[in-house]
Design a protein around this ligand. Structure first.
Ligand code: AMP
Ligand code: ZN
Length: 457
């Protein structure tokens, strides 16, 4: 078996072959830290966490270098500082910490490296100087711009036509630009904006440049895998590719490009600009991180994922069913080899719907056996779930933590069955009574297409 990944550049699935299996390099564009991550952002990082776990499984934990940056200089951060009156570093430190807390709660392993943009300013200036030296960048009015016509493969990743790209991205037309498609490598800072001394005056870097420089500095000229959300293909990743290739005598930036699809609310992409965001932080107040992670991985990562409350409820309910079996075996965090069915699904371009189907099949077969074989089957199921970042809680904590002083899962399930029977017999007085009694104990019943589910309020 071998890991295959859909490579956006090649527009097909390719068997993954790292340049050096002893040092597999993987970079994901990280968050801009000026407010809370929403669950669309979380989807990207949970997907890349799964990829990181698969790479560790294939090549060994010590042989995978996963870097996810922190964008801690950006106009949106400057704006947030102006609006709140807080210093920029207070904002970036606060939201970096909150981002880490959310990621940990969602079961995402810490990356090996987490470079910050502000930690790489000198190297950014050096890359700009190199690009100017090669004739791929020019200065205008305190700005330095990349000349896109100097990179003939510009647009190859996203495949969009130049004019389409310019119109779609509402690229700014400015007097200091020779071509509206040229993009900023460096721009001047006013006195009340953060800035660094440079050959072009006091200023700050452009966002795209930050990633090119952090990749070069931490991972090397050409990395194995570069990941990000689908929206980053253009202009962000096209620009990263162009800068890096021109600075490095044509060496490609990445050998595989992996992009996740959007998490949507209805038909719209979840985004800060549309204002339709659900924050991971808020959801984590009511739901376990594993339930959110389950919901985020329920669709294939390249497909859109429509976010609904029902999806989250179903995910929690599924996990309850697994944890009920896990209660039967001794808790052990030690890694056993995960069963082939789940591994094969994940190796096939992280096919999580298939992996979940295989996981359900493992649960069903475990539930149907007895004795030693049952214990063994539950262990296998556990190792498969752990490979995907689940089942990290002790089962008693999973149930107890959520249950508090309320009725047990078994009691609630039994009452739900009784309620369904009462409803079928049109005994609505009894079914309403069950609902009300449970509600009084903080148990909320929700009727959905697949029967009733419940959660603790
Ligand atoms: P940002 O902090 O906006 O740069 O986004 C961080 C990551 O989340 C990037 O990889 C984005 O492409 C990704 N992202 C943003 N919105 C969504 C969404 N609605 N669904 C999936 N990924 C998203
Ligand atoms: Zn980036």
């Amino acid at each position: 078996m071998a890991l295959t990944l859909y490579d956006t550049m090649a527009r097909k699935k390719r068997v993954f072959e790292p340049a050096d299996p002893a040092r597999v390099t993987f970079y994901a564009c990280g968050p801009t830290v000026y407010n809370f991550a929403h669950i669309g952002n979380a989807r990207a990082f949970v997907v890349f966490d799964l990829l990181y776990r698969m790479l560790r499984r294939c090549y060994g934990a010590d042989h995978v270098v996963y870097a996810r940056n922190i964008t801690d200089i950006d106009d949106k951060i400057i704006k947030a500082a102006r609006e709140t009156g807080e210093p920029i570093t207070a904002i970036t430190e606060k939201y970096t910490k909150l981002f880490h807390d959310d990621m940990e709660a969602l079961g995402a392993l810490s990356p090996v490296m987490e470079p910050t943009a502000t930690g790489h300013i000198a190297k950014m200036i050096a890359m700009i100087e190199a690009l100017i030296g090669k004739g791929a960048a020019y200065e205008g009015d305190g700005h330095v711009l990349f000349a896109v016509d100097k990179y003939t493969d510009y647009g190859k990743l996203s495949g969009a036509q130049r004019d389409e790209m310019i119109a779609g991205a509402r690229v700014e037309v400015a007097p200091y630009k020779k071509d509206p498609a040229d993009f900023i490598l460096w721009k001047p800072s006013s006195d009340d904006e953060p800035g660094w001394a440079s050959p072009w005056g006091r200023g700050r870097p452009g966002w795209h440049l930050e990633c090119s420089v952090m990749i070069e500095s931490k991972l090397g000229r050409t990395i194995d895998i570069h990941g990000g959300g689908q929206d980053l293909r253009f202009p962000h990743h096209e620009n990263e590719i162009a800068q890096s290739a021109c600075a490095h005598d044509g060496a490609p930036l990445a050998r595989y490009w992996v992009h996740n699809g959007f998490l949507r609310m209805g038909t719209d992409k979840m985004s800060k600009s549309l204002g339709n965001v659900v924050l991971a932080h808020d959801l984590l107040a009511d739901w376990s991180g594993e339930a959110i992670r389950w919901a985020l991985l329920s669709a294939h990562y390249r497909q859109p994922l429509e976010w609904t409350d029902d999806l989250l409820r179903q995910s929690k309910r599924q996990l309850d069913r697994f944890y009920r079996l896990l209660e039967e075996i001794e808790f052990s965090a030690s890694e056993e080899a995960a069963p082939d069915s789940v591994v094969a699904a994940l190796e096939d371009d992280l096919n999580t719907p298939e992996a979940f189907a295989a996981l359900h099949a493992l649960r069903d077969s475990a539930g149907q056996t007895e004795g030693e074989a049952r214990t063994e089957a539950i262990r296998k199921m556990a190792s498969a779930g752990r490979l995907m970042g689940f089942f990290s809680a002790r089962p008693q904590d999973w149930f107890k933590g959520a249950a508090g002083d309320g009725p047990s899962v078994e009691e609630i399930d039994a009452l739900l069955i009784e309620r369904a029977e009462a409803r079928a017999a049109k005994d609505f007085a009894r079914s309403d009574q069950i609902r009300d009694d449970l509600a009084a104990q903080g148990i909320i019943i929700e009727d959905g297409s697949e029967g009733a589910t419940w959660r603790r309020s």
